[in-house]
Design a protein around this ligand. Structure first.
Ligand code: NDP
Ligand code: MG
Length: 381
């Protein structure tokens, strides 16, 4: 029985994780989870899985829930995320919280030697060097949840990583893949949220439309698999069937395929090294699909991918600044305060103005993160 702490339980990844835990009560036990502001879903999860500890975003909500459920311990805010992550009974942390707010709780769980199943890519982008160094020091295993990184991880199973020539991360192209940059000028939030292949949270759906999601994933891959950026390529593949590929020195390419269903990589991170059936997940029928398509990425069209490579190659606090600028800009776009193309423009401006610090410590990262968010808000006012 694996005992699980789950951050971001009420989100898209979180709810799919809950489905997996409900399907395998003999294999997994949820001991602690966090949610944000969705109290209705929080209560539903409490009733379904009876955890010992729950953290919500706001203090008042924690007080109200405590009265309703006297046998469960409630906490709140950023310290609550850390409490959930470090619950003494859990051996696995599945981190599916949104944004760099997941960093400190991830580090705290790593320092307890827990296995970290990580969906929260912003944490790896903003402080990848610290996360991986701490994981090594405390012997904590990091398992990818993101479908592309799960595919790469699976395609490296049993292989000598020194013989990897390059990895190829596939990209669906997001909601606007058939539009030119000119045509992006007046697109709406509603249109941007309409992803062709995946149903995900709002922020990552916008990240997919700008393709900053792919940029973040390139950095995530660099961090997780310790490969230089020259050995990380991106390939447009609109069907999202090949989830990513690994090319070896002998030119062999190993890939992982499947119908787009996030429950598969989520469950694999929990069941690793075993594999169990995923309820109602469609089996891949290539004959029915008939054709798969591949196109090179145009870095002028998808400027965010170019910016992410630049930040990645530079390293240091520019990664934090880029990520925080993106989080802040996407949030403003979702509130209809800026246009779609302003997202890239804001990130580029922040990066151009940034005074970079290499190998930053945690305090510096947290400082740059909060300063950048303030600067972005100031730019828009
Ligand atoms: P959602 O927006 O659907 O869910 C985010 C979760 O985090 C919710 O539980 C939300 O709570 C909680 N949350 C948000 N802000 C805070 C905060 N400040 N403090 C505490 N809790 C907070 O996101 P996704 O599930 O789509 O994505 C989660 C992470 O996984 C992201 O890093 C994303 O990039 C990554 N990911 C997602 C994929 C997907 O298919 N969705 C695929 C691969 C990676 P509430 O809703 O209760 O307010
Ligand atoms: Mg992904």
């Amino acid at each position: 029985m694996k005992k699980i702490s789950l951050l971001g339980a009420t989100g898209s990844i979180g709810m799919q994780t809950i489905d997996i835990l409900l399907a395998y009560p003999e294999k997994f036990k949820l001991v602690a989870f966090s949610s944000g502001k969705n109290i209705e879903k929080t209560i539903e999860i409490i009733n379904q899985l009876q955890p010992e500890l729950v953290s919500v975003q706001e203090e008042q909500a924690a007080i109200d829930l405590q009265q309703q459920f006297p046998n469960i311990h409630f906490t709140y805010g950023n310290k609550g995320l850390v409490e959930v992550a470090t619950h003494p009974d859990s051996s696995v942390l599945l981190n599916a919280v949104l944004g760099s707010v997941g960093l400190e709780s991830t580090l705290a769980a790593i320092r307890m030697g827990k296995t970290i199943a990580i969906a929260n890519k912003e944490t790896l982008v903003t402080a990848g060097h610290i996360v991986m160094a701490e994981a090594k020091k405390y012997n904590a295993t990091i398992l990818p949840v993101d479908s592309e990184h799960s595919a790469i991880f699976q395609s490296m199973n049993g292989e000598n990583r020194k013989q990897v020539n390059r990895i190829i991360i596939t990209a669906s192209g997001g909601s606007f893949r058939d539009k030119t940059r000119e045509e992006l000028k007046h697109v709406t939030v509603k249109e941007a949220l309409n992803h062709p292949n995946w149903s995900m949270g709002a922020k990552i759906t916008i990240d997919s439309a700008t393709m900053m999601n792919k940029g973040l994933e390139v950095i995530e891959a660099h961090v997780l698999f310790d490969l230089p950026y020259d050995q990380i390529d991106v390939l447009l593949h609109k069907e999202s069937i090949i989830h990513s590929l690994v090319e070896y020195d002998d030119t062999s390419v190993i890939a992982q395929l499947g119908t787009p269903d996030m429950r598969v990589p989520i469950q694999y991170a929990l069941s690793f090294p075993d594999r169990y059936p995923v309820k109602d997940s469609a089996r891949l029928n290539l004959a029915q699909i008939g054709q798969l398509h591949f196109t090179e990425v145009d870095f002028d069209r998808y400027r965010a991918v170019k910016l992410a490579y630049e930040a990645g190659r530079t390293g240091g606090t520019i990664l934090t600044a880029m990520n925080a600028a993106n989080e802040a800009a996407v949030s403003l776009f979702l509130q209809e305060k800026i246009s779609f193309l302003q997202i890239d423009e804001i990130i580029e401006q922040i990066m151009n103005d940034h005074n970079n610090i290499l190998m930053p410590d945690l305090e510096t990262i947290l400082h740059v993160d909060s300063q950048t968010r303030k600067t972005v808000l100031g730019m828009v006012k």
